[in-house]
Design a protein around this ligand. Structure first.
Ligand SMILES: Nc1nc2c(ncn2[C@@H]2O[C@H](COP(=O)(O)OP(=O)(O)OP(=O)(O)O)[C@@H](O)[C@H]2O)c(=O)[nH]1
Length: 363
């Protein structure tokens, strides 16, 4: 029974069909290209070889420019092909993939279309029976096929065996595609979740950061203050607050312009960050007003930090005009809430201004 192509596909149309990107992508999606031999497929080819008596049965995946033999079974006494599992050049499997129908050849040397195939010319194959392995979308992935070195009559039972076992191989390959798809969807989901997390983090950062100085804004300051007070209540540690205000900032603006004033605010923010520990919370709480929350810090420590910042700001360098700050400090007393602490630090700041500015005043 010769089930040859009618009309047989020519080289150009075979090349075009095999190069179809959708088909090649489907082959990739099996995840089986260059995979190690697997018992699942080897069992099927072995069984097919035993039941048909064909000396060679294999499952091929038709990749770009090569046939990858993912499973090969050899009959008794047949020498192992060894080496590469890739088959280059035109093969019977290509005709099966292009026609998407079975191909059964009893003696290829008698058929002009096939007698010049490299495998036939080299004596590696004379008879061939192959079934196409098609995706659910009808793309040809490869073949399940048997061959013989001598002319051979393929019986109806041979064809049934190859068809049935080919179907089993195909079911397994389709399962692999589905698994690959599920894994890829899973990966995409994980990536999307990561992206959303990153965006949320960025949004949170934007919502809590002062755009001019990069310090925490008033909102973040209030949240940190509540958090620190809760810690103090639990652990009984100390907590201090610094309020800072640029001296005569109106004059600064008037002299060097609003942009110049902004640069001064940025430089002061830099000095404050340089003086603070990582646990301290440095914030811009108003136009030219700053605050620093100092966890685990008592009166003396708060005064010291205030002085350090004041001196650093005074030292500048200020190329355009001298700049100083006034600082008010307050240390939490028992039973005090955030508002009262803030109020006392602010009052101390006011007192520092009244006392002549460029100084640190304790509440
Ligand atoms: N450049 C700049 N100026 C600001 C910003 N926010 C507030 N200001 C200015 O800061 C000045 C604050 O002035 P005042 O509150 O009168 O106090 P002051 O001039 O600093 O004087 P004292 O605080 O009493 O030493 C105003 O001129 C505001 O316009 C800002 O983001 N950028």
């Amino acid at each position: 029974m010769d089930l040859a192509l009618s009309p047989p596909a020519d080289d150009v149309s075979i090349h075009t069909a095999l190069s179809d990107p959708r088909r090649l992508e489907a082959v990739q999606r099996t995840g089986l290209l260059d995979s190690a031999p697997e018992e699942t497929f080897d069992r099927l080819t072995r069984l097919a070889s035993r039941l048909t008596g064909a000396p060679v049965v294999f499952v091929s995946l038709l990749d770009r420019g090569r046939d990858f033999h993912m499973s090969t079974a050899l009959g008794p006494g047949v020498a192992t092909p060894g080496g590469s599992r890739d088959q280059m050049g035109r093969t019977f499997c290509h005709y099966v993939a292009v026609s998407k129908t079975p191909l059964v050849i009893e003696d290829a040397t008698l058929l002009p279309v096939f007698r010049d195939l490299p495998g036939v010319k080299a004596g590696r194959v004379r008879a061939y029976a192959g079934m196409p392995l098609l995706t659910e979308d009808g793309d040809a992935l490869g073949t399940f096929c048997a061959l013989d070195f001598a002319p051979r009559h393929w019986t109806e039972q041979d064809i049934d065996v190859l068809t049935e076992l080919g179907q089993s191989a195909l079911r397994e390959i389709r399962l692999r595609i589905a698994l690959q798809q599920a894994a890829s969807i899973n990966l995409q989901l994980v990536e999307q979740i990561q992206r959303v997390d990153e965006l949320n983090l960025r949004l949170e950062e934007l919502a809590t950061t002062d755009p001019l100085t990069g310090l925490r804004n008033r909102r973040a300051f209030d949240a940190h203050m509540a958090q620190e007070l809760a810690i103090v209540q639990r652990r009984g540690t100390a907590l201090s607050l610094l309020m800072l205000d640029v001296d005569h900032f109106k004059r600064v603006n008037d002299s060097i312009g609003h942009d110049g004033g902004d640069r001064v605010l940025q430089a002061i923010a830099g000095h404050m960050k340089a003086c603070a520990r990582t646990v301290d919370v440095v914030a811009r709480v108003g136009g030219e007003e700053f605050a620093v929350i100092l966890p685990s810090t008592g009166e003396a420590g708060a005064h010291e930090v205030g002085e350090r910042i004041r001196k650093m700001v005074e030292a500048g360098p200020w190329p355009e005009m001298p700049v100083t700050i006034s600082v008010g400090t307050a240390t939490l007393v028992e039973g005090e809430d955030a508002e009262r602490l803030y109020g006392r630090a602010d009052a101390a700041l006011y007192a520092a201004k009244q006392a002549g500015r460029n100084r640190v005043q304790q509440a």
